[in-house]
Design a protein around this ligand. Structure first.
Ligand SMILES: O=c1[nH]c(=O)c2nc[nH]c2[nH]1
Length: 472
């Protein structure tokens, strides 16, 4: 299934993206040229119109006018923004969003999660769920998602097929788990888990050999679900396959941490201590390709170890609040040198939106601040960095997606906010859920979007230059 052939494209208007963790860059009256393979090949600021940009760009790029399609918006309430990167979510749990009652992690897994995931070995059900979650996340501007599927190989492969045909960039993980779940939902043995994982890796290599859009990811569910031989086998595979990322959960919930200490004492792992991070480290799974979801209760020692290994943390604030896991200290992690991104963690998290995760990240950081560390507060600029450039680093795609620079790929969204008319009614633009009165600075508009925006503001979405969603 090859990506359909594309035309060259020129986009004109306001572009907003993260320059650094602390700073957004605003490029007004700017044209960005994207070639037929989806790469940004030119960025030209300070044009008076699309026509003037085309007049300048086409000869430079050796493009004819009829080889180019243009998307232009000069409205002060429209802007292009990099596509969001969801660094942690369970595609298989999408039907359960919002269904968690008063549960916490370990009972939530048994009550809500394992039965649903197991039921997705029905191919018709899996197709329905995966089609829907891809559509929904694209509609929220998620151009790249690090997905957990299930234990089942055919439906995991189906998820990869569906991401590829929808054009959503994805890491697709067959879930490895050979212990502590009901017998109807687990790998039969470490060998069976490794062979099923290889089967899925081979399948994805077959459909997207260069991993242009979809890539397999080694996915030990979390330490309690995996026997020592399984973790060891996955560590060996990770060493043999440096092209594959690894994803798992860490230190989300206090009972989970106690369980890990009980299951993996240093005598069983050979580690020098009994920390959760050292378990993954002992099995060769704490690497610079590892995405660790949650990291709520990490110790000083663990944060330092994670930073030293170059492993990344997917911060999942919506989930951490919903199933009462705790408030992760993101500023502290970043100051320790740990790269962080954002995850919706559906369905521990109830929302498919990375913008919502950004908002929760800002709010949870204020709860951390209320505990006495005022510097913990994350700004609008910082949570948007985590949602884009930080996320790109977490999934191993830094320099490729997450921003607007020559050489990067065009993974982007067109965001439209609603203008308010002279009489207080609807202005030139559609009636949006974010009202722009016209006197706000661009910084204010972006803040209003972060705190009030949703998929109604996500007008168009592109991945690698291809239009993958348009809101009518
Ligand atoms: O939020 C979570 N969701 C899960 O599915 C899971 N499995 C292990 N640990 C987990 N945490």
């Amino acid at each position: 299934m090859a990506t359909p052939p594309q035309r060259n494209k020129v986009f004109f208007g306001t572009f907003v993206h993260s320059k650094t963790l602390a700073e957004l860059e605003y490029l007004h009256n700017t044209a960005i040229a994207v070639n037929a393979t989806g790469k940004i090949v030119a960025i030209e600021p300070d044009h008076t119109s699309l026509d003037s940009a085309l007049f300048s760009l086409l000869p430079k790029l050796n493009w004819t006018a009829d080889s180019v399609s243009a998307t232009s918006t000069a409205s002060p309430s429209h802007f292009f923004f990099p596509g969001f990167i969801d660094t942690h979510l369970h595609a298989s749990q999408y039907p359960n969003v919002g269904i968690f009652g008063n549960s916490t992690l370990l009972d939530w897994l048994n009550t809500y999660t394992f039965p649903l995931e197991a039921s997705l070995s029905d191919p018709a059900k899996a197709r329905k769920v995966y089609t829907r979650v891809i559509r929904k996340t694209l509609a929220h501007g998620t151009t790249c998602a690090a997905y957990y599927a299930t234990v089942d190989v055919p439906s995991t492969n189906l998820l990869a097929d569906l991401c590829l045909s929808a054009g959503q960039r994805a890491l697709v993980g067959r879930v490895c788990m050979d212990q502590l779940s009901p017998s109807y939902y687990r790998d039969e043995s470490p060998e069976a888990a490794l062979s099923a994982t290889m089967e899925s890796i081979k399948y994805i290599e077959g459909i997207d050999p260069a991993f242009d859009i979809v890539r397999p990811v080694l996915t030990p569910r979390f330490a309690p679900s995996c026997s020592a031989p399984l973790l060891q086998g996955l560590g060996k595979l990770a060493a043999e396959r440096p092209d594959l990322p690894i994803q798992t959960h860490i230190s989300e919930n206090k009972n989970e941490i106690a369980l890990v200490k009980e299951l993996f004492p240093p005598s069983a792992t050979g580690a020098g201590d009994d920390s959760y991070s050292s378990v993954y480290d002992a099995f060769g799974l704490l690497t610079d390709r590892t995405i660790l979801a949650h990291g709520v209760h990490l110790s000083e020692f663990e944060a330092e170890l994670i930073a030293k290994r170059g492993a990344k943390v997917s911060h999942c604030p919506c989930s951490n609040s919903a199933i009462t896991s705790g408030a992760a200290r993101v500023r502290w992690l970043m100051e320790k040198g740990v790269t962080c991104g954002l995850g919706t963690d559906m369905s521990g998290g109830y929302s498919p939106s990375v913008l919502e995760a950004a908002r929760h990240a800002a709010l949870v950081s204020r709860h951390v601040a209320m505990g006495g560390d005022d510097a913990a507060k994350l700004t609008v600029e910082e949570v948007l960095y985590l949602a884009t450039k930080g996320g790109a680093e977490v999934v191993g795609m830094e320099g490729k997606v997450g921003g607007f620079e020559v050489g990067m790929e065009w993974d982007a969204q067109l965001v439209t906010l609603g203008t308010v008319g002279e009489d207080g009614g609807v202005g030139d633009e559609e009636d949006g859920n974010v009202d722009v009165f016209g006197w706000e600075s661009w910084e204010d508009r972006i803040a209003k979007w972060v705190y009030n925006g949703d998929d109604r503001n996500t007008r168009m979405v592109w991945v690698k230059g291809r239009l993958v969603h348009e809101r009518k």
